[in-house]
Design a protein around this ligand. Structure first.
Ligand SMILES: Cc1cc2nc3c(=O)[nH]c(=O)nc-3n(C[C@H](O)[C@H](O)[C@H](O)COP(=O)(O)OP(=O)(O)OC[C@H]3O[C@@H](n4cnc5c(N)ncnc54)[C@H](O)[C@@H]3O)c2cc1C
Length: 449
């Protein structure tokens, strides 16, 4: 007897369809794309049944876990949208330092369950992001400069394939499927129902220095930051943010600096954070909270509330670069001079390429990550903000090594997110596991050389 989905299939004319469609994206700017059906899965059997339903009805499919794709990549016209957010189980083996977790689990929930046991996994910086989409696209989380993109710590996956089979992929079974799942992001061609991950010991000490510099100091601060970034130790995470502080009487956007040390001792943390006290514009800081004890949970809460409030419309775009400050400066000036209102912001995030990156689809990163995010309220302002984000990143793209899928804007500006060889290999693996193209692919893709 086949497993039945019963009333969990919403068609376009059903009450509840539009609410489910709107809820499929975390931010309020849900794109005008309309699936033929929306199915909510509460078990792997439901997922298999949804795959069969899509095949029977000749529909393509897309999957949603936490719905944080800025572009709403899983919202497409005429498809079956599968919502796996109810899949939220996790299990931890503290002795083996491993865990399994389902895609609808929030990274912050996983992190607090692990912290209680003295364990750590590099989850994302925002409270509500779920691990499904996060781990597939790479995953740039806390302590990512030490452990690399989080997909590096994925050792296996349970996947429902386009044929409706439940398969386990790891280094010994379907290794090509695991290879693809570590970096394909919204172009993955299967439904991940469980991740197997490697864990790390929780750091003993977390200390943070936070500064805010006035608009007049942005150029000097970022020039100095760029000069110290290559020597920053891996256990320091630095977030420079540009945004308008609507509560202050400053002219133009400010720069906030959040430097966190994840160390074994307070002395190491103090030593690692000391460099931020030597910044040439330190005396002009509007706020300076130096070397304060904190937790990643607290930093996540504060950052999410400040920069990612719910109920607003968002668009993001980004790039990796190793360009000098002087080369970046003209385009940065144009960003700074035209900055939209808060909570729109620019992220400047120095990265460390992990020396032992395994072979996986994920393949483009560089020393500095720059991303811009516009946030606004009225649909009438959609075009203005789409254009600001896309055009500002376009003026920087001659300096880009590529982009991240975390903050992709492929529908407006398709650029390289994996190497050309890896994109070809992804196409080949897709042809094996999804020969009929059941699963939708990226919203845009770069031309191959
Ligand atoms: C407020 C906010 C903060 C963020 N902070 C960070 C951060 O700190 N670090 C970082 O790396 N990224 C960050 N991101 C980006 C985020 O990680 C990605 O958008 C990620 O894809 C979100 O995962 P999700 O499951 O919540 O989203 P979803 O939108 O559900 O997933 C994104 C895409 O992945 C695919 N997908 C999702 N689940 C599955 C599945 N189970 N099987 C197969 N395919 C699936 C679908 O194509 C879907 O469109 C942030 C995004 C937001 C909105």
């Amino acid at each position: 007897m086949p497993h039945r989905l019963g009333g969990r299939v919403l068609r376009r004319s059903d009450p509840g369809y539009e609410a489910a469609r709107q809820a499929a994206t975390w931010h309020a700017g849900t794109p005008d794309r309309f699936p033929a059906a929306i199915v909510r899965a509460s078990s792997t059997d439901d997922v298999v049944a949804a795959v069969r339903l899509a095949r029977d009805e000749g529909l393509q499919m897309a999957v949603r876990s936490g719905g944080h794709s800025w572009a709403g990549s899983h919202l497409r016209d005429g498809i079956l949208l599968l919502d796996v957010s109810p899949l939220r189980e996790a299990s931890v083996d503290a002795e083996e330092m491993t865990a399994t977790a389902q895609p609808g689990l929030r990274g912050s929930e996983l992190a607090s369950a692990l912290a209680e046991r003295g364990l750590f996994f590099p989850v994302g910086h925002c409270q509500t992001v779920c691990i499904g989409g996060y781990l597939l696209q790479g995953g740039f989380g806390w302590r990512g400069r030490e452990f690399g993109p989080s997909c590096m710590s994925v050792t296996g996956i349970e996947v429902v394939t386009a044929a409706g089979d439940v398969v386990f992929a790891d280094a010994d079974h379907h290794p090509d499927l695991l290879w693809a799942a570590r970096g394909a992001g919204p172009g993955f061609f299967g439904v991940v129902t469980r991740f197997h991950i490697r864990l790390y010991p929780l750091q003993r000490v977390t200390r943070n220095s936070f500064y805010v510099y006035p608009p007049e100091a942005w150029e000097e601060y970022l020039r100095w930051s760029r000069s110290i970034e290559p020597a920053l130790p891996a256990e320091i995470e630095l977030w420079n943010m540009m945004y308008r502080d609507e509560t202050a009487s400053t002219r133009g956007p400010v720069i906030s600096v959040s430097a966190t040390a994840f160390t074994d001792s307070e002395a190491q943390a103090s030593e690692a954070l000391a460099v931020f006290e030597t910044c040439p514009v330190r005396g002009r800081a509007l706020v300076a909270e130096v070397n304060q004890a904190t937790t990643t949970a607290e930093l996540t809460r504060v950052g999410s509330e400040a920069h990612y409030p719910p109920g607003m419309r968002f668009i993001a775009d980004n790039m990796w670069t190793h360009a000098s400050f002087d080369d970046l400066l003209p385009a940065l000036r144009a960003i700074q001079e035209t900055f939209p209102s808060a909570p729109s912001h620019m992220v400047w995030f120095p990265w460390k390429v992990h020396p032992q990156r395994p072979s996986m689809a994920y393949s483009i990163e560089d020393e500095l990550y720059i991303a811009v995010y516009a946030a606004w309220e009225r649909a009438a302002d959609d075009e203005k903000n789409r254009s600001w984000v896309t055009e500002r990143m376009r003026t920087l793209e001659h300096l880009a090594t590529g982009i991240q899928l975390a903050d992709e804007n492929l529908v407006n500006r398709p650029r390289r997110f994996v190497t050309d060889d890896h994109l070809r290999r992804l196409d080949q693996i897709r042809a094996v596991y999804d020969p009929d193209g059941l699963f939708v692919s990226w919203l845009g893709r770069p031309e191959l050389d």
